[in-house]
Design a protein around this ligand. Structure first.
Ligand SMILES: [Zn+2]
Ligand SMILES: [Zn+2]
Length: 171
């Protein structure tokens, strides 16, 4: 996010992408590029999605326009003790966006809810320490055992695998 030229930023402010829930009752439009896009393997994301992981793209909150009536559920993070606000559709239950007590200036959009999910490239996998058995972590991609930063904001080290790694959880 810091290595982009001024021209790219000027250009990126002009393009928009849209998405929404399964039933189309809630929608959003986002302006410009994502600050980052992550696949998270933490247990919160596994439960929230009912799946192996949660892919999301993070934007400045001012770049996102939400439309429709959202159901908002506040979950207290076990890690930070701060609230994560799940924004889901009251009709079809799709979780479309997350807001954060800890980072009020950011909003995460669920990558799978974009009309074209592939416009956002994944930057990293996080919380790989709780990745489920059978999940394959990609090669040549930053993988973090925990979050990308510690609670005090200092960076954590990433690992990169030479070949894809299938997670095993045998005793
Ligand atoms: Zn819906
Ligand atoms: Zn997570």
């Amino acid at each position: 996010m810091s290595d982009k030229s001024i021209e790219t930023d000027a250009l990126s402010a002009d393009f928009t992408h849209e998405g929404g829930c399964l039933c189309n009752a809630v929608r959003y439009r986002v302006r410009g590029s994502a600050l980052c896009a992550l696949v998270c393997h933490c247990r919160f994301c596994q439960r929230m999605t009912g799946s192996t992981s949660y892919a999301n793209a993070v934007f400045p909150i001012d770049a996102v326009e939400l439309s429709g009536k959202f159901n908002i559920y506040a979950h207290t993070s076990e890690t930070s003790a701060k609230a994560v606000y799940l924004h889901s559709c009251p009709t079809c239950a799709t979780t479309v966006a997350l807001k954060f007590e800890r980072w009020p200036q950011y909003l995460a959009l669920s990558r799978g809810t974009f009309d074209d999910p592939n416009w956002v490239a994944i930057d990293a996998h996080i919380w790989t320490q709780s990745a489920q058995a059978g999940v394959v972590l990609p090669a040549s991609t930053d993988c973090y055992r925990h979050a990308r930063t510690k609670l005090d904001g200092s960076p954590q080290a990433a690992e990169q695998f030479a070949v894809p790694v299938a997670v095993r959880r045998d005793a």
